[in-house]
Design a protein around this ligand. Structure first.
Ligand SMILES: [Zn+2]
Length: 164
């Protein structure tokens, strides 16, 4: 931690360190270290936290796709979850012990990010890809829903929530 004091408040940094991967590198890491990557990422975050003087345990992992869009992700128990920067889930895949099968599964995560970059997002219920701007208000916690699923099911569930 040898940067100038202007970046510190007391002994802690005033900035939040981010760890960003290009999706190709992240997916290769996952393919080659499916069962150990969770541990490696934890070590990487702890090291980054120490080196930057960051105070909080809020891992900041990001992945960019070929459109240059930035997403957050976590990798937990061989599950890769990817969110947009508004915390809406873009992709959730579960890896297996079969590397060839995992290549196919990871393609789905890439496609989901690319669909998002083209202005679409998958309905959290039926999976249909919809224009993001058309369903942006159909939200319930981390879910976002197409017109059909929102009007027949999720709208009334959301209405019963009291958010207290
Ligand atoms: Zn739907």
């Amino acid at each position: 931690m040898n940067y100038p004091d202007i970046f510190k408040r007391g002994k802690f940094s005033i900035f939040v360190p981010m760890i960003k991967f290009w999706y190709v590198d992240l997916f290769n890491l996952i393919l080659d270290n499916t069962d150990n990557l969770e541990k490696y990422l934890e070590l990487l975050w702890q090291e980054t936290k120490t080196e930057s003087g960051h105070q909080w345990d809020n891992p900041q992992f990001f992945v960019s796709n070929s459109y240059g869009d930035l997403f957050t992700f976590n990798y937990y128990k061989n599950n890769l979850r990817i969110w947009d920067l508004h915390d809406f889930i873009v992709s959730h895949i579960e890896l297996t012990s079969d590397k060839e099968k995992n290549k196919e599964i990871l393609k789905e995560a890439k496609e989901n990010m690319d669909i998002y970059s083209k202005g679409k997002i998958h309905c959290s219920d039926c999976g249909k890809a919809e224009e993001y701007k058309n369903i942006v208000s159909h939200r319930y916690f981390a879910g976002i829903y197409c017109d059909t699923c929102w009007n027949t099911k999720w709208k009334s569930i959301e209405a019963k929530e009291n958010y207290s």
